[in-house]
Ligand binder design. Structure first.
Ligand code: NAI
Length: 344
């Protein structure tokens, strides 16, 4: 039996992980705390660690885990911007779940877009109060509108198909365009200039942090709608708020927020929110925020538990897998394709 310390546990995580763990000989100890330098000691005596999007896996945490002889971090998510892969290289192997349901995330992005466009969130509250007025509920047809999709990987591709189903024109930007994808690739500035709506589906890297900022917002059409189900750090929150205040941005749908780490996934309803930017965004009538829930479908939870437990077994049985990430394949083009060994 391999023993894994499981951080940032939510009740919906447990059933699938217990099921696959039992089947594959893995015993999980479920901790509610985030993984950070204060809680890393909980993993002492375990064979590996299972972590999630808002765990802080910096050099300090990696050194603590390594001192406890932890050789494996199994991320149960796709993004790995919260991990110092350089610090981990040569010490701890890192695995991720590259895809668990691109449909879950892409469908959520469209759900957000249509909710804000057709004011469903407002209509729902009104009719519950027997207010059947339609004032201020006017939306637009998505048909014939232009949507810019940044990142045409697994999720971006599903989202593009959904948009095509609505009869929308799709522009796309990707650092590594897919030559087989039937879409009009353009440079990022052109995408910003021509799109009625912009949806982000690329990973967060040092290079594209705050790609939506005061300068790029100036390039956009007046009244543009922005949808971010990718990573909060892609958007400069203060610039977004300013763009909304000066009416340059028509609406924003955010499933992620740069400073979400200490807030999202938790009930803070009895607290005063210290983050002025987030508070102002939430107060805007043309902003919808969900709490990093785009992935949250039954299918995705099953797939996450299945792949994560398989990654753990692959590591302990010395098998190689493309799900391992490291400093090199996170930074060097095509690294994964060149190697057929473990990262180190
Ligand atoms: P993927 O790896 O299949 O696709 C990412 C695409 O972005 C690739 O085509 C890549 O070439 C492109 N890309 C890389 N750097 C770029 C840059 N600087 N500018 C433009 N494009 C760039 O990843 P997938 O599965 O489609 O996921 C995309 C992102 O969605 C993840 O990185 C993650 O941050 C986010 N995500 C959010 C979830 C949520 O619950 N809100 C759940 C799962 C993923």
């Amino acid at each position: 039996m391999f023993k894994i310390a499981f951080y940032d546990t939510k009740s919906y995580d447990i059933p699938a992980f217990e099921k696959y763990g039992k089947e594959r000989g893995i015993e999980f100890k479920f901790f509610e705390s985030h993984l950070n330098s204060d809680t890393a000691h909980l993993s002492k005596g375990y064979d590996g660690v299972c972590a999630f999007v808002n765990d802080t896996i910096d050099k300090e945490v990696i050194d603590i885990l390594y001192s406890y002889n932890i050789k494996l971090i199994a991320l149960r998510c796709a993004g790995f911007n919260n991990i110092d892969t350089k610090a981990a290289f040569g010490k701890i192997h890192i695995y991720r779940v590259p895809a668990y349901s691109p449909y879950a995330v892409a469908e959520h992005a469209m759900a957000l877009l249509q909710t804000i466009n057709r004011r469903i969130h407002k209509a729902y509250i009104r009719t519950r109060d027997y207010n059947f007025s339609l004032n201020e509920l006017v939306g637009v047809d998505l048909y014939d509108k232009t949507i810019g999709v940044v990142g045409t990987g697994k999720i971006g591709k599903v989202f593009i198909n959904i948009c095509k189903g609505y009869g929308m024109h799709v522009l796309a930007y990707d650092k590594y365009p897919d030559p087989n994808l039937d879409v009009e690739y353009v440079e990022l500035d052109e995408l910003f200039k021509r799109s009625d709506f912009i949806s982000l589906h690329c990973p967060l890297t040092d290079e594209n942090k705050h790609m939506i900022n005061s300068e790029s917002i100036k390039l956009m059409k007046k009244g543009v709608g922005i949808i971010n189900t990718s990573r909060g750090g892609l958007i400069d929150g203060k610039a977004l708020l300013e763009g909304i205040k000066n009416r340059q941005i028509g609406f924003a749908c955010l499933d992620v927020y740069e400073e979400e780490g200490d807030l999202f996934y938790q009930d803070k309803s009895g607290h005063i929110l210290d983050d002025d930017t987030l508070r102002s965004l939430i107060a805007m009538p043309n902003v919808i925020i969900t709490s990093h829930q785009a992935f949250l479908t039954k299918e995705a939870l099953q797939n996450i538990a299945d792949t994560t437990t398989q990654n753990i077994i692959d590591y302990f049985s010395n098998k190689t897998t493309d799900n391992e990430i490291c400093y090199h394949c996170a930074n060097m083009e095509n690294c994964k394709k060149k190697r057929n060994l473990k990262c180190f």
